[in-house]
Design a protein around this ligand. Structure first.
Ligand code: BTN
Length: 265
């Protein structure tokens, strides 16, 4: 059903797994699929273990957060989905995913990327441009959490982005001005994720939160705006709490934002 894993990816994953451990066992690779999150969810429904990873060269119906499309042409990005089953890791999995991608991109390419709440991986302070995103989709049953599919999209190379993304999206190679080793970005990201998930499973949330906070300077002291049913609200970001909610000071009060879109103004 799946295609052979390309040799550069197979070699990078095998080497990383041997040296320091790496999320991604087993790996399913597809030349083309609708969405790797759907394949991972189907595998999880059939009992696929924690660590199962689905990678595609291109997606025809890649999904982003908030019902958006994730532009997924061949050769332009890494598109992967991870099956996570550990209930102790679940509450901070998306934060761990953001930290893992930022750490993976930094380690493999040297590009100084940051995180913008909740989990956009960006470059640039004043006018952040997004180069990776994370979509977590959870399945719960009568016994509680069954699994979380963590979908990761990383822009590697320049692509003909649709007009609504032009100026907001970028890629590792666009920013570096040279070629990047995509298999290394993948392997470094999965190695970082393995380490973070293991920490969460041991109950060590502090380290994951500390690393997220260090990579997300805009989560403190920046003017932000968001939309509620009662209209637009504005305030100053005041960090994240230990559940990953964004805190925003509005007048004398602190509001807690758990989902949705926040705009940095
Ligand atoms: C975002 O909107 O920031 C999240 C983007 C997540 C995209 C990835 S690509 C691999 C996986 N499959 C999908 O359909 N979406 C995620």
């Amino acid at each position: 059903m799946s295609d052979p894993v390309p040799p550069d990816i197979a070699a990078a994953l095998a080497q990383t797994a041997e040296r320091r451990g790496c999320f991604g066992d087993p790996v399913y690779y597809f030349g083309e699929t609708a969405s790797t999150n759907d394949i991972a969810a189907t595998l999880a429904e059939h009992g696929a273990p924690e660590g199962t990873t689905v990678i595609a060269a291109r997606q025809t119906a890649g999904r982003g957060r908030l019902g958006r499309t994730w532009f997924s042409p061949e050769g332009a990005g890494l598109y992967l989905s991870l099956v996570c089953r550990n209930p102790d890791a679940a509450p901070l999995l998306t934060l761990a995913g953001g930290v893992a991608v930022a750490a993976g991109v930094r380690a493999a390419s040297g590009l100084p990327v940051f995180i913008k709440w909740p989990n956009d991986v960006v470059v640039g302070d004043m006018r952040p441009r997004k180069l990776a995103g994370i979509l977590a989709e959870a399945s719960t049953g009568a016994d509680g959490l069954q699994y979380v599919i963590l979908g990761i999209g990383i822009n590697l190379r320049p692509a003909a982005y649709p007009p609504e993304l032009a100026g907001k999206a970028t890629s590792i190679e666009t920013e570096l001005g040279r070629a990047a080793d995509s298999a290394a970005v993948l392997a470094e990201t999965l190695a970082a994720f393995r380490e973070l998930v293991d920490r969460l499973a041991r109950g060590d949330r502090a380290q994951v939160l500390a690393r997220w906070r260090a990579l997300a300077p805009s989560s403190r002291g920046a003017m932000v705006e968001w939309t509620t049913s009662a209209g637009d609200r504005r305030g100053i970001s005041a960090g994240i709490d230990d559940e990953g909610a964004l805190l925003v000071k509005v007048g004398g009060r602190t509001e807690r934002i758990i989902s949705g879109e926040v705009r940095w103004t």
